[in-house]
Design a protein around this ligand. Sequence first.
Ligand code: NDP
Ligand code: MG
Length: 382
Amino acid sequence: MGSTGSIGTQTLEVIASAPESLRVGVLSAHSNVDLLVRQAELCTPDLVVIVDETLASDLQRRVPQGVQVEAGLDALGAAAAEADVTINGVVGFAGLGVTLATLSAGKRLGLANKESLIAAGPIVQPLRLVPGAELIPVDSEHCAIHQCLRSGSSGPGGSRLSSVVLTASGGPFRGRDAEWCASVTLEQALAHPTWSMGPKITVDSSTLMNKGLEVIEAHELFGVGYDSIEVVVHPESIVHSMATFTDGSTIAQLSQPDMRLPIGYALSWPNRHQIPFGSMDFSKPFALHFEPPDLDTFRCLSLAFAAGRAGETAPAWLSASNEVAVEAFLEGRIGWLDIAAVNDATLQDWDGSVADSVDAVLAADSTARRIAATHISQLEPR
Ligand code: NDP
Ligand code: MG
């Protein structure tokens, strides 16, 4: 799902690397018909879904014969329930239907779309108990933790996990202070030092909101308390995250920054994908560095800890506000520092609503979007 995006196109590369065991059943995009048609010609899926319904007839005319076409967000959810494994590479809250439908159908969900789990954690958790349902992280940090946790015992006494340590590249503004960051441009924010990704997550990486969202994601995926989640800046993006156990051991997962590794992991688990992506070369010298994050300049990270601790719909509010703020930044309507300011103001307006149903989460998302838009309209015009 989201096959035309950064995660989607890399997922198709991983599938193409193992034609004997993997086949594409469904492709989907929001509106990129040209790429969707090219992908359908290469993969001959059973079904393609376009979310923008006005483009359905154009798509229908152009896909190879025998490929079914569906349109709309509901069709996306329905299609997700069809496949054995769904990789959710949709960006933002729009991926919620795919996450819920895949788990409800008792299928494996390879989750790149962290926003759906963050916004709807309390709704997603019970669905993990549906027979056959599996939630395997695709986010590289959580894929790393999923692997590191296998070093602990799962027997009586639990895994004896002490903490999880999420690594962050630090983004393009690592080492800069807030004064310097006041004048950063969109181009600078989109120039990530180690990863090539879609625009939303690239901006999130520059503000450390991505790491903040990943803190909430780690809490939801692995059931670790917020006091047991640490963030460390690691500019080389080689150690993808770590787990520390009660005896003092820290276990790390290393590879080059290449999302095809975690995608292959989610597709192959509990086996390993047979083709190496991003493997290390220890024949040449290299160094790894670690430093604490600068919470004064990168305020979004603390906001995420606060929203996560508040629980209920607070993470949905923060994530929705952030989507609105990042979109405004991408459109040149607000500055880089305004992203954190808008998210802070919106979170302060959180109404304390509980996340006890899908409707409650949808309502929280739309209320938070409206409030974030109001805060944006109150900023000085640029
Ligand atoms: P992209 O922007 O590159 O791709 C997004 C995909 O979602 C596209 O296929 C797009 O279709 C589709 N899409 C956009 N809006 C909607 C919508 N309203 N409804 C349905 N589909 C939609 O994003 P990324 O691949 O970078 O990120 C996808 C997700 O994976 C995000 O949640 C991100 O946080 C997460 N992730 C990404 C990583 C990466 O390396 N890229 C790493 C870890 C996590 P169209 O092309 O038609 O617009
Ligand atoms: Mg990540």
